[in-house]
Design a protein around this ligand. Structure first.
Ligand code: PMP
Length: 360
C-alpha cells in the first residue's frame, strides 16, 4: 500500500526528505560503514549530530547564550515533574489549566509545592485559552508560570506569550514547537516531546536557562537533575541516538525551507483552508472559540457521534488517516503539523465536501 495522508496527533507525519535520509542512514550513516541504529553515542559522528541538533534548535528558537538545549528521556510527561522537582521546592508557582496535559502537569507540580491555578477552561471542555487579563496578577513569591502553548486534545493554542513579570516562564510546547517564529529567550524552560513536530517518539527537547541551575534542588537522583544533563551535554547516559538524529534532520529541513517564518506561512495557509471549510458549511462545526483555535490540531464534529465515527472510517478508506478525536473528548481532529503537505489538507477538505454531499 502506498503512503496516505497522516493526520495523526503524534507520533505524526514527518517530512518525506527526512524519512528518505533516515532510511538510508539506518543502513549506513555517511561513509562510517555502520548504520545510525548501531552507532555509539560516544562516536565522533554522533558527537557532531547532537551538537548540530543543539545549534539548529538554539537558532530556530532564538535562544540566548544563557540557554542550553537538552535531549532527554521520558517525554514531556517527565518534564511535568522534573520542572517542579528541580525548581518548585516547596515554593509557589502558577499553572494555567487549558487542557488534559496542563491538568497532568498541575497534578505533578502539586507534589512539590503550592500551585495557584488562576485560570481553567475545564468547565467548558477546554474550549479556550486565557487572555493576559484573565491570568491576572501573580501572587507574591511566585517562582514561575507554567502554560501549555498548544492543547493537542482540545485544539486550542495561545497566540501570544504570557507576561509574567519576575516569575520565569515555563512552557509545554509539545504540539506547536517549531511551528512558527518564537522569541525563545523569554522562557526559563521550554520543553516538548519530539513526536509531533520534531521527530520520532523517545526524546524530549528542553530549552533550559542555565542561570536557573543554581536554584535547582541539589539532592535529587542524578538522572533527574537538570544540572547533570547540562554538564554532560545530554550524554550522561545513552540518549535516544536515532531520535536525536531525526530531530537534527527535521531542524535542517526547516532551515532549508527558509526557517520558521516560511513554515508559519505554510501552516497558516493549511489552517485557514480547513477552518474556512468548516465555517462555510452548516454540516461541520468547530469545537473551540475562534480566537483560541490551534493551527496544529483542528478539532471539529458533525454533531453526531455515529456520523463522526462513519467519517473517520470512510476518510481512512479514502486515504486520510488519523482523524479520530482524542478518546476523552470524541469528535474529529485533524493534526496538521509542519510536515503535513498543503495537498493533504486540500484533499481532506475536498473529501469533507463529498462526505457532506452524501451524508448531509
Ligand atoms: N503535552 C502535550 C501538549 C501533549 O500533546 C503530549 C502528548 N500527546 C504530552 C504533553 C505528553 O507527551 P509525552 O508522551 O512525550 O510524555
Amino acid at each position: 500500500m502506498s503512503r496516505v495522508f497522516n493526520f495523526s496527533p503524534g507520533p505524526a507525519v514527518l517530512p518525506e526528505p527526512v524519512l528518505q535520509q533516515a532510511k538510508e542512514a539506518v543502513w549506513e550513516y555517511g561513509d562510517t560503514g555502520i548504520g545510525m541504529l548501531e552507532m555509539s553515542h560516544r562516536s565522533p559522528a554522533f558527537a557532531e549530530i547532537i551538537e548540530t541538533a543543539r545549534q539548529r534548535i538554539h537558532r530556530l528558537l532564538q535562544l540566548d547564550d544563557d540557554q542550553d538545549v537538552l535531549f532527554l528521556h521520558g517525554g514531556a510527561s517527565t518534564q511535568f515533574f522534573m520542572v517542579p522537582m528541580n525548581l518548585l521546592r516547596g515554593g509557589r508557582a502558577t499553572y494555567l489549566d487549558t487542557g488534559t496535559w496542563s491538568a497532568k502537569a498541575i497534578k505533578e507540580a502539586n507534589r512539590f509545592g503550592t500551585v495557584d491555578v488562576p485560570f481553567s477552561s475545564a468547565e467548558t471542555k477546554y474550549d479556550h485559552v486565557p487572555t493576559q487579563e484573565q491570568i491576572g496578577a501573580l501572587p507574591e513569591g511566585t517562582a514561575y508560570v507554567h502554560y501549555t502553548s498548544n492543547n493537542t486534545v482540545a485544539g486550542t493554542e495561545y497566540h501570544y506569550i504570557p507576561e509574567t513579570g519576575d516569575a520565569f516562564l515555563v512552557c509545554d510546547a509539545s504540539s506547536d514547537i517549531l511551528s512558527r517564529p518564537i522569541d525563545g529567550s523569554r522562557y526559563g524552560i521550554l520543553y516538548a516531546g519530539a513526536q509531533k513536530n520534531m521527530g520520532p517518539a523517545g526524546v524530549a527537547v528542553v530549552a533550559l536557562r542555565k542561570s536557573l541551575l543554581e536554584r535547582c534542588d541539589p539532592d535529587l537522583p542524578t538522572m533527574l537533575k537538570y544540572g547533570t544533563h547540562v554538564t554532560k551535554g545530554s550524554l550522561f547516559n545513552t540518549g535516544n541516538t536515532f531520535a536525536i538524529y531525526v530531530v537534527e534532520r527535521v531542524a535542517a529541513w526547516i532551515e532549508d525551507l527558509g526557517g520558521l517564518e516560511a513554515v508559519a506561512e505554510m501552516n497558516r495557509a493549511k489552517a485557514d483552508l480547513l477552518y474556512g471549510a468548516i465555517d462555510a458549511s452548516g454540516f461541520w462545526a468547530g469545537k473551540v472559540h475562534t480566537g483560541s483555535r490551534s493551527l496544529m490540531n483542528v478539532t471539529f464534529t458533525t454533531g453526531d457521534a455515529d456520523l463522526d465515527k462513519t467519517f473517520v472510517g470512510a476518510a481512512a478508506a479514502a486515504g486520510f488517516n488519523g482523524l479520530k478525536g482524542h478518546r476523552s473528548v470524541g469528535g474529529l481532529r485533524a493534526s496538521i503539523y509542519n510536515a503535513m503537505p498543503f495537498e493533504g489538507v486540500r484533499g481532506l477538505v475536498e473529501y469533507m465536501a463529498e462526505f457532506e454531499r452524501t451524508h448531509g
